[in-house]
Design a protein around this ligand. Structure first.
Ligand SMILES: Cc1cc2nc3c(=O)[nH]c(=O)nc-3n(C[C@H](O)[C@H](O)[C@H](O)COP(=O)(O)OP(=O)(O)OC[C@H]3O[C@@H](n4cnc5c(N)ncnc54)[C@H](O)[C@@H]3O)c2cc1C
Length: 395
């Protein structure tokens, strides 16, 4: 495959696939090479945590079928990491030694799980994380023999996994340093509602806890010592967060901070290289970890790699999930409430909280009002005023 392409895209997740689409829509004549280290055909990563109990039929999980790549004038190479970028020569070296030249490059390598500091690198393989299809299959296989599962984390991924584990008749325990569930996305009442759902399903919650040591034990699972407890668990699942994958970009001398630094056009510090998705750090310092945000950025980065000149428009994306029979939505929950006017309404199992700043809607949390989820997103993005929110969105 040595040779050259107009555009190379590294990473075939949400951002990478959208970059191909964005580039092709801008200029269908462009030849594109899409590379991924994952051996599986590109799939819907978000479903990994929502289908543990049902399994992963290939047909339901594929992001695109084979004809799509042909239509996009794109060659897909899987199971092959991009090992090095030579910016001077404008070439990407693959892990199998092949080298391909590019006119423009899009980086979409996503993010990777964070391990707690007490996990020594050589022990990492004894624990479970969930980022890829292979992670999911390894976890499924371990769960066949497991009953008790300790989940280190209290965020959305931890909750989705707890939901699936309960459906599989397992006994999950969630442990976290925080005093509440989903601290980044849920306000106090939302967290309380979520907690009630979990307790009803007998999920054990250990708040404001810290794991002091894990001792992997081939026969007994893990001996886990916490601040105030200790216990033996068959499986320990780490869900404490993710960090942008920046190694390839840093080695190539691109500007890297928390993520790969980009401007409003998603160009990196090298104007021939763009970056989109979980790996990108935006001009306001933000990194996003949302599927639709990655998709949106991917389209723009792809179009710009094909010669376009599109800018991010400041749009924000919702987090939504369905766990334990409840639909949860969160967008723009402020950290510092001092300058916000807050309005909360609750009717039976439905709940909404609106955060207004300067008379305009700037954030919302909602439970069980799924049919209007898009309206909530629109209302926050357009900054609806109090009257319009009350007319069109109040329960
Ligand atoms: C289990 C799970 C559930 C989630 N649920 C939700 C949800 O409900 N809603 C939501 O909004 N978000 C969710 N997310 C987050 C969402 O999946 C990510 O925000 C999104 O996938 C980011 O897209 P991306 O393309 O930037 O990165 P990724 O989807 O991570 O794709 C990056 C790709 O790059 C490849 N790659 C990395 N380095 C290299 C290299 N050197 N060479 C070649 N290939 C490379 C990786 O193999 C990977 O396939 C979830 C994430 C996980 C793991």
């Amino acid at each position: 495959m040595d040779g050259s392409r107009d555009i190379i895209v590294i990473g075939a997740g949400s951002a990478g696939i959208a970059a191909v689409e964005g580039a092709h829509d801008h200029d269908p004549s462009k030849s594109i090479l899409l590379i991924d280290q994952d051996p599986h055909a590109p799939y819907k990563r978000t479903k990994l945590s929502k289908h543990l109990a049902k399994g992963y039929p290939d047909t339901e999980f594929r992001l695109r079928d084979d004809t799509w790549y042909r239509e996009m004038n794109t060659e897909l190479v899987t199971g092959t990491p991009a090992a090095r970028i030579d910016r001077e020569a404008k070439q990407v070296e693959l892990s199998d030694g092949r080298t391909v030249s590019y006119g423009a490059l899009v980086l979409a390598p996503g993010s990777e799980p964070i391990y707690p500091r007490i996990v020594r690198p050589h022990e990492a393989g004894s624990f479970f994380v969930l980022r890829s299809m292979d992670d999911a299959q390894r976890l499924m296989s371990a769960l066949r023999r497991a009953r008790t599962v300790l989940i280190d984390g209290m965020g959305v991924l931890a909750l989705e996994l707890a939901d699936q584990l309960v459906a599989m008749q397992k006994k999950p325990t969630l442990v976290g340093a925080t005093p509440q569930l989903m601290p980044r996305q849920l306000n106090a009442r939302g967290a309380e509602m979520m907690e009630e759902l979990l307790l009803r399903k007998r999920v054990k919650l250990l708040f404001q806890e810290e794991i002091l040591s894990f001792e992997p034990d081939a026969k007994r699972g893990f001996d886990v010592t916490l601040l105030t407890h200790s216990g033996v668990y068959d499986v320990v699942l780490l869900c404490i967060g993710v960090q942008p994958r920046t190694g390839l970009a840093a080695d190539a001398g691109l500007a890297v901070d928390r993520g790969i630094v980009v401007d409003d056009r998603l160009a990196t510090s090298d104007p021939a290289i763009f970056c989109a998705g979980d790996a990108a750090q935006h001009p306001d310092g933000r990194v996003t970890h949302l599927w639709h945000a990655a998709e949106h950025q991917g389209r723009l980065a792809g179009a710009n790699a094909a010669g376009g000149n599109e800018c991010m428009d400041g749009r924000r994306f919702r987090l939504k999930t369905s766990v334990f029979g409840s639909y949860v939505f969160s967008l723009g929950l402020p950290r510092d409430l001092s300058t916000y006017q807050i309005e909360e309404n609750e009717v039976e199992n439905r709940y909404q909280a609106f955060y207004f700043r300067g008379g305009r809607l700037d954030g919302a949390v909602m439970f069980n009002d799924e049919p209007r989820a898009r309206q909530y997103e629109q209302a926050v993005n357009e900054g609806w005023d109090y009257d319009r929110v009350s007319r069109e969105l109040h329960l």
